[in-house]
Design a protein around this ligand. Structure first.
Ligand code: SF4
Ligand code: SF4
Length: 387
């Protein structure tokens, strides 16, 4: 296993000048050289999961992208292209909507970053993938020599934490992500697929992961949680090593499925003390009282016996439920459901959404994509008592 350092520094302001200075130092500490960037096709991949303003903290803050762009150029980067496939359809109009809403358009004009509107995609093969051996990825990422993976530090209902590895899932075009959720319906297979995807990129391209942890999210992330100031920026040539550090900073050590899968595959060490951390002492930046997502209790089910053909575990798993008072009947959840298990019917002139629990695979995409935070996670009473 090649040990890539993780550069970690405190930062509490979304000021592109301050951020640029920090990231420039971090890039050189992380081992990024001019040769890696000069004359290369460089694509910035932010997290624009939803059309939300930066203050909502679901998406990468434009000031971090601006700072990163300046830092990359000071080392040798030329043209910079920004590309992302958010949740929902991958069309020119939805891409435009997300760029405008998430503050990318203005920032890109100021920083001379090109915004991608090409909705083509190509298949990358990864013959050594343990869970998945080919991935259809958006064209700019397929063509890139260097991926600058600028993620947000957030909690996540399905994977507990969203950081470097999870952010790369946004290279799968639009609603194909929904199909992947159906194909990899168990958390173990889903995290295995995420590790394959990240490993495919790290083995074939230069991947620079930068984490916007200045203000992240806690609670029901990646979109329905609460902004939380973590006050950190991190950079590494390994998304796996960076995620291991992030897992500790959130107080989630040993419990994030993507990190645990990376450790098993020897993609990163099994303990933060074995990482090379450059910059601040990581202990200074641990937030010990981060609110986990409501679904996090499901992790104890891993230790439950697989009785009755898995039906016991399934019965105990937290399940999504629609709050009819908050729901506006937009149907986004139904369109995002990989099992097509959400039905819509009219009652008294109002659309009513219902989840057919029997076919639900507990992927929580409905909660992630709901613009009104109307999908709640119902915890099983027995599980609560067991805890
Ligand atoms: S996405 Fe949310 S608001 Fe829209 S129909 Fe589903 S539950 Fe209701
Ligand atoms: S209802 Fe929600 S949690 Fe269940 S399969 Fe559909 S999107 Fe996933």
């Amino acid at each position: 296993m090649k040990l890539h350092p993780v550069a970690l520094n405190g930062c509490t302001e979304y000021d592109p000048d301050i951020i640029a200075e920090i990231i420039e130092n971090q890039l050189s500490g992380a081992g990024v050289t001019a040769e890696m960037l000069r004359g290369k096709k460089i694509v910035i991949k932010p997290n624009l999961v939803m059309n939300k303003k930066p203050d909502f903290s679901a998406t990468t803050h434009p000031a971090v992208i601006a700072g990163a762009a300046r830092a990359l150029r000071s080392i040798g980067a030329g043209e910079l292209l920004l590309a992302e496939s958010s949740g929902g359809p991958y069309t020119e109009s939805t891409i435009r909507l997300h760029y405008n809403g998430c503050g990318m358009k203005e920032m890109a004009q100021q920083e001379n970053i090109i915004l991608n509107y090409n909705t083509a995609s190509s298949v990358m093969q990864f013959s050594s993938g343990a869970a998945c051996r080919s991935f259809n990825v958006i064209q700019p990422i397929y063509d890139a020599d260097v991926i600058v993976n600028i993620c947000k530090l957030k909690t996540h209902s399905l994977t507990k934490m969203s950081c470097g590895v999870k952010n790369l899932y946004g290279v799968i075009p639009g609603t194909e992500k929904v199909e992947m959720h159906a194909r990899f319906s168990r958390i173990e297979s889903f995290t295995g697929m995420l590790c394959d995807l990240a490993q495919m990129f790290t083995e074939n391209k230069t991947v620079i992961t930068i984490c916007d942890g200045i203000c992240g999210m806690e609670g029901n992330g990646p979109t329905g949680g609460t902004p939380r100031e973590y006050g950190v920026l991190m950079t590494s040539l390994s998304p796996f090593a960076l995620d291991l550090a992030a897992e500790y900073l959130l107080g989630f050590a040993g419990t994030v499925p993507t990190v645990q899968a990376s450790i098993k595959r020897e993609l990163c060490p099994d303990d933060i003390t074995k990482l090379i951390i450059i910059g601040d002492d990581y202990k200074k930046h641990i937030t010990s009282d981060v609110v986990p997502p409501d679904t996090s209790r499901r992790s104890i089910l891993r230790d439950f016996p697989d009785l009755f053909g898995g039906r016991l575990v399934r019965f105990l798993e937290p399940r999504p439920k629609i709050n009819q008072k908050k729901c506006i009947g937009c149907g986004v959840c139904a369109a995002s459901c990989p099992k097509r298990t959400i039905s819509i019917r009219e009652k008294d002139g109002k659309k009513q959404l219902k989840i057919q629990d029997k076919s639900c695979i507990r992927c929580y995409c409905c909660q992630e994509m709901c613009p009104k935070n109307a999908v709640k996670i119902q915890k099983n009473l027995i599980l609560r008592l067991v805890r």
